[in-house]
Design a protein. Sequence first.
Length: 79
Amino acid sequence: MTRDEFRIVGTEGEIEMSPLNGPALVYPGGTEALPAHDNFHYPLVEYFTSAVLEGAPLASSGETALWTDWVISEARARA
């Protein structure tokens, strides 16, 4: 079985959300039930299509995506 582990360690604390691909997301603020869709990528494609075709609001702007990309790049560089 493949595990998708996710852990961030910072100067003021850490957060672990493992397994990220499981049915529950456990984090310091609580727990959320996140049952996976049969097609793992379908919700993302559906969301993107709604944004493009129907003008649905974006959860992440280009500006926030740029910061996300920077954080991921830094994390990978230090791994």
